[in-house]
Design a protein around this ligand. Structure first.
Ligand code: NAP
Length: 246
């Protein structure tokens, strides 16, 4: 049995992780820590899963690494500087692993992977991300990451700019532009988290669509991370490698 503690255990994601860990046959929940709780409740865990806040996560990880506890991190707000801080801390704890994944939904990871594969074959590429109206940022992190991956694949394939003859437009009519890829955001009551990646060439289009209907969609990826981090010392970013997609 893999002993798992959860930081952010009373949050929306953390609570779902606690339930998933309790339900899985090879994991057991040994600690549930939320803000104000004593982190020592997580001592003895093989893996700590952190779904807290960008402000809290680095201190939590520093504490976990200093205690040689592996971590699986879904909390957002990571940049290169934060990744480097983690690498530096992990260097002093060579048997400890830390997996940070911006997206634990296997479908979303596959969507980005397929989009990256398709990008080099198509002259045109655009992204539409669709979310519930309570979302505060736009475009979504997943849409940004997809655009960046598509742009890198296009560059590697020697593709130029996407064709677009627009000469006049209302502000925003062609969406935001991320690394040369147009990204459109829809905010609609009734939606949860969805994305379409559209590719076009002469005479054909290809649409790759992913729909998240429930937070439970992240749990299989989180559990994959919990199992995988035990054999992966150092910093791992994303679950692609654990899914055999790299
Ligand atoms: P949430 O409902 O606000 O949950 C965060 C929880 O962490 C709250 O209960 C909060 O307590 C607690 N917390 C704050 N500081 C803490 C600390 N130092 N130690 C322990 N617990 C602490 O947020 P959420 O929707 O679950 O999302 C959590 C994070 O996951 C966000 O960064 C979100 O963007 C990210 N996320 C990632 C994925 C992915 O696939 N990677 C998917 C969904 C969400 P208080 O409310 O009392 O402060």
């Amino acid at each position: 049995m893999i002993k798992v503690a959860v930081f952010g255990a009373k949050g929306r994601m953390g609570a779902a992780v606690c339930q998933a860990v309790e339900e899985a046959e090879d994991t057991e929940l040994v600690g549930a820590v939320d803000s104000g709780d004593d982190r020592s409740a997580a001592l003895g865990a093989d893996v700590i899963v952190d779904f807290t806040t960008p402000d809290a996560v680095m201190d939590n990880l520093s504490w976990a690494i200093s205690h040689d506890i592996n971590t699986v991190v879904g909390t957002t707000g990571f940049d290169d500087e934060r990744y480097q801080t983690l690498r530096d801390q992990l260097a002093n704890h060579p048997s400890t692993g830390c997996l940070v994944a911006p997206n634990f939904s296997i479908g979303a990871v596959l969507m980005m992977h397929f989009a990256e594969q398709a990008a080099k074959f198509y002259e045109s590429a655009e992204i539409i991300e669709l979310h519930h109206p309570n979302k505060v940022d736009a475009p979504s992190g997943t849409a940004r990451t997809t655009a960046t991956k598509i742009a890198a694949a296009r560059q590697e394939a020697g593709l130029g700019e996407v064709p677009d003859a627009t000469k006049s437009q209302l502000d925003g009519a062609r969406g935001a532009v991320v690394d040369g890829v147009h990204v459109h955001g829809v905010r609609l009551r009734g939606l949860i988290a969805h994305q379409e990646v559209l590719f076009g060439a002469e005479g054909e289009t290809l649409t790759i669509r992913h729909d998240s209907m429930d937070r439970v969609s992240f749990m299989s990826g989180v559990l994959t991370g919990v199992r995988g981090v035990l054999d992966r010392p150092g910093l791992t970013i994303g679950i692609e490698g654990l899914l055999g997609l790299e």
